[in-house]
Design a protein around this ligand. Structure first.
Ligand SMILES: [Zn+2]
Length: 377
């Protein structure tokens, strides 16, 4: 019986994989994009911080609560080694489009304030003594292994944070005291995820979100020396009204799920269907991730086989394979075994990709977006 249920859900998943690949831009080329969220984000400070939070009763409800820590020197060096293990038909290595946040909570200033205080990403690396990791970041960009794009200014919902601060909420106080923002209870706005930066309780909050995007995109340029062209919001589901500000400050490509339930405030949502190549009224192009690779989650799944199957379906419909993943799969700061599992799976996936499709082309989200807009195939 158990297998029967599972077989049916696998078939339904396969059907969904086919359906989401039907509409949109097509090409016979075998294009592979890795879109990896959460770079730059401080969620759990360290193993010691996690242990102190456990002792204080803060629950681990996800692998993000357990392992999602700022990328350190070893995380990046072993990741780059793995990405360098294969080449595409043009002699290019796979490249992670690293959807990156440019700010984190300034934990020192936050101690004495009920309004949100933040610091810019390079300061976070310096404060944590991660200068070598930040140097590796620059090397990764130079060597074509890592390409930062805009995930958001910060990976948190400011309304939830500030309401918890003004109520002196316990889990928030404990997490912040441990230079972390994880395992947070959210009793005041339970419909909003505390990590979803653009979730809306009320439409009136949208003005602040426009400002967050404007300043975030300017900080991105200040930090990386170029403007971001792709955006994928933390927690997704941003209101379309924000697209005008994204456009004004350089965003050409917006990542979105195939079916998006967009926040409208007051617990109302607007459902829309998206596909790669669809344009909004600003002329921005949507990119829909159609393959999933999360080797650190559910270990009953063979993630390499699962991802390859989704790629096969994508290619059958003439679609690029846009592989969705998260940094947490490759984080070893809290548990090196977590990183090991993720990178072993990545290495196996890459080896299989270049064997099955020797004509593969590894690209960034921007390169794919440019190709889609050029109407070339
Ligand atoms: Zn994220």
């Amino acid at each position: 019986m158990k297998c029967k249920g599972r077989c049916i859900s696998e078939k339904l998943q396969l059907l969904r994989d086919h359906i989401k690949n039907i509409p949109g831009w097509r090409s016979n080329r075998k294009i592979v994009v890795f879109a990896v969220d959460d770079y730059g984000n401080v969620r759990v400070d360290s193993k010691a911080a996690r242990e102190r939070m456990n002792k204080a009763g803060l629950e681990i409800k996800s692998r993000f609560d357990a392992f999602d820590s700022l990328e350190n020197e070893e995380d990046l060096s072993v990741l780059f080694e793995t990405l360098s293990s294969v080449k595409d038909m043009d002699g290019r290595h796979p490249i992670f489009t690293a959807l990156t946040v440019v700010a984190n909570i300034d934990f020192e200033s936050q101690r004495n304030s009920q309004s949100y205080k933040y610091e810019l990403l390079p300061d976070t690396f310096t404060k944590l003594g991660y200068d070598k990791a930040w140097h590796l970041w620059q090397q990764g960009i130079q060597n074509g292994l890592l390409y930062p794009q805009f995930h958001g200014r910060e990976h948190l919902n400011i309304k939830v944070l500030e309401s918890n601060l003004s109520n002196s909420e316990y889990s928030t106080r404990i997490a912040l005291a441990n230079r972390s923002y994880t395992s947070i209870r959210n009793e005041f706005f339970p419909k909003l995820s505390y990590t979803a930066a653009f979730a809306l309780d009320d439409l009136s909050e949208i003005d602040r979100q426009h400002q967050i995007i404007e300043s975030g995109l300017d900080y991105f340029q200040q930090i990386f020396g170029f403007r971001s062209e792709t955006f994928n919001p933390p927690g997704g589901r941003e209101h379309s009204d924000l697209h005008s500000t994204l456009y004004k400050f350089g965003i050409k490509y917006i990542e979105t799920p195939f079916i998006k339930n967009e926040h409208q405030g007051n617990d109302r949502y607007r459902r829309m269907i998206n596909y790669t190549g669809k344009k909004n009224d600003q002329g921005q192009t949507f990119l829909v991730r159609n393959c999933l690779f999360e080797p650190g989650s559910d270990n009953s799944i063979d993630w390499v086989a699962y991802c390859l199957k989704q790629m096969e379906v994508a290619f059958r419909w003439g679609k690029p394979a846009i592989i969705s993943s998260h940094r947490v799969n490759f984080c070893g700061n809290i548990d090196p075994n977590n990183r090991k599992v993720g990178l072993l799976a990545l290495k196996a996936l890459l080896a299989e990709i270049v064997t099955r499709w020797p004509e593969v082309e590894f690209k960034t989200t921007n390169e794919l977006g440019n190709l889609v807009n050029s109407r070339r195939q």
